[in-house]
Design a protein around this ligand. Structure first.
Ligand code: SAM
Length: 217
């Protein structure tokens, strides 16, 4: 997601430090203290404008959610959206960070679950390393996830989905669930849609997978 540069993005982040973490490195190994409880920690990487993470926080008050976004202007748009919501949530924090650096902000096994939603496809082969399901990123996620932690991935991009199935399988990870048409499957009943999903689901199927690192991998 690219938005026009918002020169006030950093100011917006600082003004909302009740739920935006400005120096997330200081929270490494202390996320339960940050939330003030021992509830599980679920993160969404590349959260865009944040509907998905906010709706999850509303629906599951006993889970702590952290939304991570690489671009300050996109995060600022998410903050503005959250502030317009009537229901305030205390179990959600937002961070401006690049996923490849996540080991700087989470200790080993500090994260219970990872969501990747409609990640940028980077269709050119020479950009494959930038895909959030490439082995470079899978290695980072493996380090910060609990041993049986799961990754949930949704996309409308068939090419990225096929690439991800192969990449996760080769890593090696076990595929626990695969759908080639999430919106017409029983799992859709509990599905929370992202901004991208709402925009693109009329144009074709939504693909979804859930995977877990192999214990002996
Ligand atoms: N998940 C949202 C949705 O489904 O509506 C946004 C999807 S958008 C296509 C992908 C988002 O991932 C963009 O906002 C982009 O800035 C973010 N992103 C891409 N690479 C990232 C990275 N390495 N770390 C964190 N966020 C990243």
């Amino acid at each position: 997601m690219r938005l026009r540069n918002n020169p006030k993005a950093y100011d917006i982040m600082k003004e909302n430090d009740s739920f935006v973490i400005i120096e997330p490195e200081k929270c490494k190994n202390k996320w339960h203290e940050v939330f003030g409880n021992d509830n599980p920690i679920y993160i969404e990487i590349g959260m865009g404008k944040g509907d998905f993470i906010y709706q999850n926080a509303c629906r599951y008050p006993d889970i702590n959610f952290i939304g991570i976004e690489k671009f300050p202007s996109v995060l600022a748009a998410a903050i503005n959206k959250v502030n317009k919501q009537e229901t305030k949530v205390s179990n959600m924090k937002l961070i401006h960070y690049d996923a490849i650096e996540l080991k700087n902000i989470f200790a080993k096994g500090e994260v219970d679950h990872i969501f990747l939603n409609f990640s940028d496809p980077w269709p050119k082969n020479r950009h494959a390393k930038r895909r959030l399901t490439s082995k470079q990123f899978l290695s980072v996620y493996q380090d910060i996830l609990v041993s049986k932690g799961e990754i949930e991935f949704k996309t409308d991009n068939r090419g990225l989905f096929e690439y991800s199935l192969v990449s996760l399988n080769q890593y090696p990870m076990d595929l626990l669930y695969v759908s080639l048409d999430l919106h017409n499957s029983p799992e859709n009943e509990t599905n929370i849609m992202t901004e991208y999903e709402k925009k693109f689901c009329e144009k074709g199927p939504i693909y979804k997978l859930v995977a877990r690192y192999r214990e002996d991998g």
